[in-house]
Ligand binder design. Structure first.
Ligand SMILES: O=C(O)CCC(=O)C(=O)O
Length: 265
């Protein structure tokens, strides 16, 4: 593969805003094999959907936000091809300005359609990850065309600079995430919606506030995301979604076969 050079203006944009969008990033072949992986995972491994072991995922309420399946790369070759894709990983590495990135985990997020569908609340990802310092980032791939109607992502630019904060649940239609930031003493511009065709990708920093509206269409909205850990980020103990917590040193690097280096060295 030829050397990948991410446009320095993109790196600057990501560093400043905490997200970036690339339209038509995946090839049609990659996209169709990713769709195949998601379809077979759903069909063959229903119990893999998070919370299934408790007899029906986390709760009916959670299921209306999305159904999530983690670490498909470890047993679906088509998902592995994307999760370990060197081009995606190299973008993540250069955008986050680090020496190498490891995979934390991948996850499929399928937001069901219909009147019952729920929004994904405004949140950051970093508070859920057992790592420090912050710096890990996600590549979120649209497996279907996404828009405001079916639950595309929205980002609040620059919020990655505020460190870890509590999630924000908006209570009524007139409630605004910008006002909630102001109440906490933070400046926040209007959120940006990220509609894109299937095959597009957004990268977002683990502290960037993001949200997805309910899926008001009849078809599920499928997305596949990969989370990358920069070299300087340490394991802080606790549960690793890949199950490697017993085999890693608290305070040490994420050195484990379930977290291979996917770009850089
Ligand atoms: O796909 C969604 O609705 C939310 C995605 C998300 O929160 C994430 O990838 O961090």
């Amino acid at each position: 593969m030829p050397d990948i050079v991410v446009d320095p203006a993109d790196i600057e944009f990501f560093q400043e805003n905490g997200f970036i969008q690339y339209h038509d990033f995946l090839s049609q072949e990659q996209l169709s094999s990713l769709r195949q992986a998601l379809d077979s995972a759903v069909a063959s491994e229903r119990e893999r959907i998070r919370g299934a072991e408790q007899g029906g995922r986390f709760s009916e309420e959670y299921e209306r936000v999305f159904n999530q399946m983690v670490n498909l790369w470890t047993d679906f070759p088509e998902a592995k091809e994307i999760a370990l894709d060197p081009r995606l990983a190299e973008y993540a590495r250069q955008l986050s300005r680090c020496r190498h990135v490891r995979i934390y985990h991948d996850h499929a997020m399928i937001k069901p359609g219909g009147q019952e569908s729920k929004q994904t609340n405004w949140h950051q990802d970093a508070p859920y990850w057992p790592m420090d310092p912050v710096g890990a980032l996600s590549a979120w791939i649209a497996v279907d065309d996404v828009n405001v109607e079916n639950g595309c992502l929205h980002f609040v630019p620059g919020t990655h600079k505020y460190g870890r904060l509590d999630p924000i649940s908006l209570t009524d239609e007139g409630d605004s995430v910008v006002d909630r930031f102001k109440e906490q003493g933070y400046d926040a511009p209007q959120p940006k919606a990220m509609p894109m065709r299937a095959g597009g990708v957004t990268f977002h920093h683990g502290c960037t506030f993001h949200y997805a509206g309910p899926n008001r269409t009849k078809k599920p909205r499928r997305a596949f995301a990969i989370i990358y850990i920069p070299d300087y980020t340490r394991f802080t103990g606790g549960k690793d979604p890949a199950g490697a917590e017993e085999e890693m040193e608290v305070g040490g690097p994420w050195e484990h076969e379930f977290h291979p280096i996917v770009a850089g060295r």
